[in-house]
Design a protein around this ligand. Structure first.
Ligand SMILES: Cc1ncc(COP(=O)(O)O)c(C=O)c1O
Length: 373
């Protein structure tokens, strides 16, 4: 069977270390180890004396406790720590999908679970966020695409690439659609905590319905993508099933990563990291917006409610992957191609960087665009 690569991650593998300006990172500028551990005088010494053994295969207890505390009604038995959210998504798909099952997925989206389903011969039924209605959920489309064969309804909330946060009505519609056919909800919530337009943290799907697997990560709202720590929260017996898959794929996340993630999610470190991420997001977006506004109507977009990215429609006669490659080669600036998210004529620009970086990257993009106008 034909294998389809994971387009976004594939292009990132190719370009992110080659360009001078990488504007594809959907989390904020990563934190240093020094800054992360600055509020615990003894932590460095404890890390230096830590044996680099295999940690608990399902995640060290303090980390699972701190994760469980982020979900109303969850205990440590509901948590499995994974190697990033990608491993969590992967083992959920492996565990739940059986021959003939279909995946219904929100689009535009981070196309990991989409690609996994397609590569294992499962039908994929996308339902959309409506670009003409500020990325509101198209409820009719949702109900059209979910049927008796649907095993999983997958969504990313807050959404990547649009930054849309589902309203409680939209969440209830998704739960109702799942409940009607007994489907699971795979809620990838890695941008939870990275809200821009509201103080309140995006509510989790966990607890709204009994067949929810909520996925989280240290990579986005906490600025720690290199830890490679993510997790799944769900019903205890399903967490056990996922754990059996985790033993085959990764065995466990790293020992040092487990300890640093436990520290990052402890009080008062977690609020400090969230504030840091939100400060980047709140400062970066107006810089991007001001620049887009100065481009004579070339761009249109709906302001993101969360995350450090914006999904932007452009009015140019060029395909989004071709545009992305042109910007990499001519301007040494890497942006996400709309194609990678299932929607051409768009680019995704990340703005969770310092002002000097954004200013220089935007003026370089502008020079390349001038040759296309
Ligand atoms: C929606 C979504 N899920 C998962 C991931 C990967 O997260 P992690 O670094 O935790 O594996 C990303 C990264 O961009 C993402 O956007």
């Amino acid at each position: 069977m034909k294998f389809t690569p994971f387009d976004l991650e594939y292009t990132q593998s190719i370009w992110e270390q080659k360009v001078e300006f990488n504007l594809t990172e959907s989390g904020v500028h990563p934190i240093t180890l020094q800054e992360l551990i600055s509020d615990d005088a003894g932590l460095l010494d404890r890390l230096l004396r830590l044996e680099i053994n295999y940690p608990h295969v399902n995640g060290i207890p303090p980390l699972r406790e701190n994760i469980a505390a982020l979900y109303e009604g969850a205990g440590t038995e509901n948590v499995l720590v994974t190697v990033g959210a990608v491993e969590a998504n992967h083992i959920i798909m492996q565990t739940l999908l059986e021959d003939g099952d279909e995946l219904a997925t929100l689009t535009p989206t981070y196309k990991q679970v989409w690609g996994i389903a397609a590569n294992s011969n499962h039908a994929v039924k996308p339902f959309r966020l409506d670009p003409d209605k500020a990325w509101a959920l198209d409820i009719e489309d949702l109900h059209r695409q979910v049927n008796e064969k649907t095993k999983i309804i997958a969504l990313v909330n807050p959404n990547n690439p649009t930054g849309h946060i589902l309203t409680s009505e939209e969440m209830n519609e998704i739960v109702a659609a799942a409940d009607k056919v007994g489907a699971w909800i795979l809620a990838d919530e890695v941008y939870r905590g990275a809200e821009r337009t509201q103080e309140q943290e995006t509510p989790s799907f966990f607890g709204l319905y009994d067949k929810v697997l909520a996925v989280g990560s240290m990579s986005k709202a906490y600025g720690l993508p290199g830890l490679r720590v993510g997790w799944v929260v769900g019903p205890a017996n399903t967490i056990e099933d996922l754990w059996r898959r985790h033993e085959y794929t990764a065995i466990t996340a790293g020992m040092i990563s487990n300890h640093l993630a436990a520290h990052a999610l402890s009080e008062p470190v977690r609020p400090r990291l969230r504030t840091r991420a939100r400060d980047y997001i709140k400062a970066g977006y107006p810089i991007l917006k001001e620049w887009m506004d100065s481009q004579d109507g070339l761009f249109s977009h709906t302001p993101p409610q969360a995350s450090a990215v914006t999904f932007i429609k452009y009015d140019l006669d060029i395909n989004s992957t071709a545009l992305m490659e042109k910007l990499c080669t001519e301007a040494s600036v890497f942006v996400g191609a709309g194609d990678s998210f299932g929607m051409d004529k768009h680019i995704r620009i990340a703005f969770g960087q310092n002002k000097e970086v954004l200013d220089e990257a935007f003026s370089r993009i502008e020079r390349t665009l001038d040759s296309l106008r």
